[in-house]
Design a binder for this molecule. Sequence first.
Ligand code: C2E
Ligand code: MG
Ligand code: MG
Ligand code: MG
Length: 287
Amino acid sequence: KAKELGRNTFQFYTEALTQAAVRRLSLETRLRRAVKSDEFVLHYQPQVRISDGRVVGVEALLRWQDPDLGLIPPDEFIPVAEETGLITQVGEWVLRTACRQMRQWLADRNGPDTVAVNLSPRQFQLQDMPALVGSILQSTGLAGRHLDLEITETALMEQGPDAARILHDLKALGVRISIDDFGTGYSSLAYLQQFPVDKLKIDQSFVQKIPDTLGAAEIAATIIAMGRNLGLGVVAEGVETAAQLEFLRNQDCGFYQGYLANRPVRAQELREWLAARTESAIGIPAG
Ligand code: C2E
Ligand code: MG
Ligand code: MG
Ligand code: MG
């Protein structure tokens, strides 16, 4: 019986592994094509100032619509893009598209002030990252202060001593730096202080457990206090409920992002959403 079970388990794992390998291989091939044939689109999610409900920025989130497989989530294809090196082209497209869009929003009365772009660990390590960002800012005519670059806490820690230099080169362009998924990487206050960062983004795994789960609530409150002490902005990500927002407001958290405000949407839809929001003057969320 045990032997039979063992065999079935083995079979189960080989099948699952094969399926995963096939999917991955097919993703790699499709990703190469996608880069050439315009299958990417950026969605934008608002970042809201908690004190007055103003939309101060948006985060650009990459979407890939494969003609056969449909919408593929970034958590699935970004790692493949990283392993294959395709992230270079994908990342450049994202930066350019987001900067161009931001430039357009600056002409709108209701537009956000900044656009945030995610940098994967490998992108962050690319030798010429600061030069690339500089040339994209120049060619799109966007001032650096309207661009916010998000780097995960883990990516920053993995980078080691070079991280501070890369960040300084980026800061010299006037861009803002945010630490994404903060709280998951075990970095210390002392460690954090050596980097020229502007914002901490509290990881949604904590945010989604507030206010009722004690550990998560304490971690969120600690990050907010830490941000205040270091003079950094703090953004809570993944806010879905009014109770979560209420907790954040009581802790004096600066900004939030999440389905409670809006899901990530296309540029045009965001524009309409912003216009409707201003018109009905429901700038201040309940709470
Ligand atoms: P992230 O940067 O931490 O982005 C936040 C993720 O949470 C996004 O998932 C967003 O859609 C989702 N989210 C926002 N509000 C809520 C909420 O209230 N509830 C829940 N459950 N989820 C919420 P998404 O778009 O699937 O992106 C996942 C990750 O993929 C991102 O995490 C980021 O690390 C990466 N990514 C996305 N776009 C890019 C890109 O252009 N370049 C790179 N390098 N990575 C990207
Ligand atoms: Mg992000
Ligand atoms: Mg995050
Ligand atoms: Mg994330």
